[in-house]
Design a protein around this ligand. Structure first.
Ligand SMILES: Cc1ncc(C[n+]2csc(CCOP(=O)(O)OP(=O)(O)O)c2C)c(N)n1
Ligand SMILES: [Mg+2]
Length: 327
């Protein structure tokens, strides 16, 4: 079923809210109020487009650290996110035991990744195997950066999913860099989707600034996976508009001209113009959304600032399962 106009507007709102939240995280870092931030700026269209293709609460999401907009789309509130940046006790991913952006949300079937890149891919295939063994019709969407598709874990996970025809969609968010290393130093092919043909599953490349194109590609892959037709690799091409993280200075490895060039392809601008051109949104409505996003981010920062930190003596308690939970 095609996306309704209401759904399309809701998706754009999710992109915009995530962007304004992400920008505030950079400010909080520079103000010395948080220790670390890793940004999804430039990747929102692909993330929101992809995550709208799975069924909330039924399917599984195994994301990576840049997927803030996916988490917002799946129900993580801006306050929850700021709490994780500030290491507050109530933050939902780990009660502040993990680094920020190691997202998980138990009620939404979102599974945290580990800090070593690509380890989430075998986890996703493992979940896919469990779904197949249980005869369920759930699907797993997992994400990764293009640089991390050079890791052995990614090949092993995709190979295993292809052999066993597991219901997994491997989305590669190709933002052209792995910290300072450009794509051409990570792979000899122009797209991570090309790696799929050697492993025996479909590989599809899409423009990651076009939210509805990403949605269509991921939806088809999800539908195929649900029918039992096996996994797919989808690469969405985009550009990382910020440095790698709050601790990176990208002036040492890319020119300002290059960054300025890609700012013209900022997915917020691309999608805003598209919605206005298609008559789905007016400039006035856009301004109202901007005001709403600012208020939502202001409120989140205020609420998270007031929230308590975890108690020192409880630091290890939720990290390990209690013995009675093992069986
Ligand atoms: C196994 C491993 N090696 C190195 C690192 C350090 N590291 C963290 S993020 C990153 C770059 C990953 O780039 P990419 O997969 O393209 O994702 P992006 O950050 O660009 O979204 C690296 C090398 C790590 N976390 N784990
Ligand atoms: Mg990358």
């Amino acid at each position: 079923m095609p996306l309704s106009n209401e759904k399309k507007k809701e998706m754009f709102w999710t992109m915009l809210l995530s962007r304004r939240l992400d920008e505030r995280a950079w400010v909080l870092h520079r103000q010395g109020k948080i220790a670390f931030h890793i940004s999804g700026i430039g990747q929102e269209a692909a993330q929101v487009g992809a995550v709208y293709a799975i069924e909330k609460g039924k399917d599984w999401l195994v994301p990576y650290y840049r997927d803030l907009s996916m988490l917002i789309a799946m129900g993580m509130s801006p306050t929850d996110f700021v709490m994780s940046l500030m290491g507050k006790a109530q933050e939902p991913s780990s009660g502040a035991r993990q680094m920020p952006s190691h997202f998980s949300l138990r009620q939404a079937n979102i599974v945290s990744h580990s800090a070593p890149v690509a380890t989430q891919s075998p986890h996703a295939s493992g979940i896919g195997l469990g779904i197949k063994m249980d005869g369920k019709d759930e699907v797993v969407l997992t994400t990764i950066g293009e640089g991390s598709t050079s890791q052995g874990e990614w090949y092993e996970a995709v190979n295993f999913a292809a052999i066993h025809q597991l219901p997994v969609v491997f989305l590669v968010e190709n933002n052209r860099y792995a910290i300072s290393v450009p794509q051409e130093k990570q792979m000899a092919v122009s797209s991570a989707a090309d790696k799929a043909c050697g492993l025996g599953l479909p590989g599809i490349e899409v423009d990651g600034t076009q939210m509805f194109e990403v949605y269509d590609a991921v939806k088809e892959a999800v539908d195929n996976a649900r029918k039992g037709d096996g996994p797919s690799v989808i690469e969405a091409k985009m550009y990382r508009l910020t440095p790698h993280s709050s601790d990176d200075d990208d002036r040492s490895y890319r020119t300002r001209e290059e960054v300025e060039h890609f700012k013209k392809e900022d997915p917020i601008i691309v999608m805003k113009e598209q919605l206005i051109e298609q008559g789905l949104m007016t400039e006035e409505e856009y301004k109202t959304l901007e005001e709403k996003a600012k208020k939502s981010v202001d409120d989140a920062v205020e609420e998270a600032t007031r929230a308590p930190y975890p108690k020192g003596e409880e630091a290890a308690t939720p990290v390990y399962a209690e013995e009675e939970n093992h069986d």
